[in-house]
Design a protein around this ligand. Structure first.
Ligand SMILES: Cc1cc2nc3c(=O)[nH]c(=O)nc-3n(C[C@H](O)[C@H](O)[C@H](O)COP(=O)(O)O)c2cc1C
Length: 173
């Protein structure tokens, strides 16, 4: 995590951080991260993403009671999509998940640029999460993102280093 890196370099360097310092994310960094999510593209620009920023002792205790994948992060984003606002294609495709996912990815990369580590997490039961935070029935929980400044002892998992080849991933036609 160093300032002045290109976007490509950041995509190479970023890894999922699962152990955090207890220091809260600064207001400046938080504002930058949330702005990146607001700048994300969405189908028809409908912007259905809705994000709960969990930081209070009560909210953090609550999310940790739902899943152990919140780790010891001082902030957890709960990223939802409002299904009444997402674009629906004639073939039945609903852009809700994709729109929320793009916003989350923007926030993850901006966090990294700020020196804030994070992990994309879907290891929770949506029904339990929905109940824990009393979410409106029209909101789908897409993912959560525990985040904070990485602990000195945090390190990438072995999964991080396994990347498929261009041949497996891409086909020029
Ligand atoms: C949709 C999705 C769900 C994920 N769920 C979890 C999770 O529940 N717990 C976890 O520790 N990591 C989770 N991850 C993180 C991945 O394990 C991680 O991104 C992947 O192993 C690559 O490692 P890296 O991010 O360090 O490069 C998830 C990632 C994605 C994109």
């Amino acid at each position: 995590m160093e300032a002045g890196k290109t976007f490509l370099e950041m995509t190479r360097d970023r890894w999922s951080v699962r152990k955090f310092k207890q220091e809260q994310i600064s207001e400046e960094h938080m504002a930058r991260i949330l702005e990146a999510g607001r700048n994300a593209p969405s189908a028809c620009n409908y912007q259905p993403q809705r994000v709960l920023v969990l930081q209070s002792d009560e909210a953090i205790a609550q999310v940790r009671s739902v899943t152990h994948w919140a780790f010891n992060a001082p902030t957890v984003l709960l990223v939802c999509a409002n299904l009444t606002e997402s674009w629906k294609n004639v073939d039945g495709c609903d852009s809700a998940d994709v729109d929320a996912a793009i916003a989350l990815d923007h926030m993850m990369m901006e966090a990294w640029e700020c020196g804030v580590g994070s992990t994309w997490v879907r290891g929770f039961d949506e029904r339990v999460m929905r109940q824990a935070f009393n979410l409106p029935p029209t909101w789908k929980v897409v993912a959560m993102m525990p985040m904070g400044y990485p602990a000195e002892t945090a390190h990438p998992s072995t999964w991080h280093f396994a990347r498929k080849s261009n041949e497996e991933l891409y086909r020029f036609v």
